[in-house]
Design a protein around this ligand. Structure first.
Ligand code: GTP
Length: 304
C-alpha cells in the first residue's frame, strides 16, 4: 500500500499560509489527486475554511492549538480521514503559534504513522515581520526562529513589500539560520506544486547518494516491532540515543507481558503506560540530524 503524502504548512500568524494552501489546492485539482486538508485556528470561528473549495474533505480543529489541547482530537480526525476519504495527499495548515516539533508529534500517532509519509515542513515567513522581529516579544522571536530552523522549504513571503536590499538581507539571514532548506522569495506565496514535490524528491535522492544517510533538519522515522523485546535492553538502547531525538512514542511489548505499553519519551524522559489490549507495535521517532538507518539497526538488534 502506498503511503499518504503529508505536508505541514507552518509560519507565523498572517504570513501567508492560507494563500499558499489555496495555490497548492488549485494545482492539485489540475493533477486530479485526491487531497484532504486539515487546518486549525485559534478561536472559535474558522474563516479560512471558506477558502477551500467544495469537494475537498476538510477537517477543522477549532478551540485550540494543534499541538497542545487537541492532539487527541487531531488523532481521531486524521484516522477518520484516512479510513473514509483515503486521500493521496494531506495538507495540514498549522496555527501560526505552533512549534514544528509539537505539530509533528501531534500528527504522527503510532496507530497509523506507518500509513503516512511526512514529505516536509513548508514554513512561510512574513518578510517585513522577520526584519522587524526585534520589536516582538522574546517568545515570539524564538518561535519564528524555530519555524525557520526546522523547515524543509522556506517561502520568504510578502517580497512585494520589501526593497531589493531588504530582500537580500532577509535571504541572507534566513539562509544562514537554515542552509539546508530550499528558500524562495515569494509574493502571495507564489510557488507551484512541482516545486513542493521536487523538495521531497530532493530529500529522497540524497538518501540514495550516501550510504549512511543523516537526515538534516527535523525528520521522522517509524519502526514496527515484530515481537516482544527485553525491557532492560530497550532501556540501554534509550541511554545511548543522541540528544537530538526530541520525541519517541509508540507501543512496545516486553517479554512475558500480555499487552503492550504506550511508551513516551520527551527530551530524555521516558514514560510507560500499560495498555489493556493489543495494539500495532509502531514506534514513532522525531529528531534532528539523525541517521535513522543506525537507529533501525539497533532496534532490529533488540528483536534478535
Ligand atoms: N502584500 C502582500 N500581502 C500578502 C502576501 N501574502 C499574503 N498576503 C495577505 O496577508 C494576509 C494574510 O494571509 P493569509 O494567507 O491568510 O495568512 P495566514 O498565514 O494563513 O494567516 P493566519 O491564518 O492568520 O495564520 C491576507 O490578507 C493576504 O492577502 C504577499 O506576498 N504580499
Amino acid at each position: 500500500m502506498s503511503k499518504v503524502e503529508v505536508y505541514l504548512l507552518s509560519g507565523f500568524l498572517g504570513s501567508g499560509k492560507t494563500t499558499l494552501l489555496k495555490r497548492l489546492l488549485e494545482d492539485e485539482k489540475k493533477q486530479n489527486r485526491k487531497v484532504a486538508v486539515m487546518m486549525n485556528e485559534l478561536g472559535k470561528i474558522s474563516i479560512d475554511s471558506n477558502e477551500v473549495s467544495e469537494g475537498i474533505p476538510l477537517k477543522e480543529l477549532l478551540d485550540g492549538c494543534i499541538c497542545c489541547t487537541i492532539s487527541d482530537k487531531l488523532e481521531a480526525q486524521l484516522q477518520g480521514l484516512l479510513m473514509v476519504e483515503k486521500p493521496e495527499v494531506i495538507y495540514i495548515e498549522t496555527t501560526g503559534a505552533a512549534h514544528p516539533v509539537e505539530v509533528l508529534d501531534a500528527v504522527l500517532s503510532p496507530l497509523f504513522a506507518n500509513q503516512l509519509e511526512v514529505r516536509g515542513i513548508i514554513s512561510v515567513v512574513d518578510g517585513s515581520r522577520w526584519l522587524h522581529r526585534r520589536e516582538l516579544s522574546p517568545q515570539i522571536q524564538q518561535l519564528l526562529l524555530e519555524q525557520v530552523r526546522h523547515a524543509d522549504m522556506l517561502l520568504l513571503n510578502k517580497a512585494d513589500m520589501l526593497s531589493e536590499s531588504e530582500q537580500a538581507k532577509l535571504t541572507m539571514e534566513i539562509q544562514s539560520i537554515n542552509p539546508h532548506a530550499m528558500t524562495i522569495l515569494t509574493s502571495f506565496s507564489k510557488v507551484s506544486m512541482n516545486q513542493v514535490r521536487n523538495l521531497s524528491s530532493r530529500k529522497k535522492s540524497d538518501k540514495v547518494r550516501s550510504h549512511v544517510q543523516v537526515d538534516l533538519n527535523l525528520s521522522t522515522f517509524v519502526y514496527q516491532f515484530q515481537k516482544p523485546i527485553d525491557q532492560a535492553e530497550f532501556e540501554d538502547f534509550l541511554r545511548t540515543l543522541p540528544d537530538s531525538i526530541y520525541r519517541i512514542k509508540g507501543y512496545v511489548k516486553f517479554e512475558h507481558f500480555k499487552y503492550p505499553y504506550l511508551f513516551q519519551f520527551s527530551y530524555g524522559m521516558p514514560l510507560y503506560m500499560k495498555e489493556e489490549m493489543n495494539l500495532p507495535l509502531n514506534m514513532v521517532f522525531i529528531g534532528e540530524n539523525i541517521s535513522w538507518e543506525e537507529i533501525e539497526r539497533q532496534l532490529q538488534k533488540l528483536e534478535k
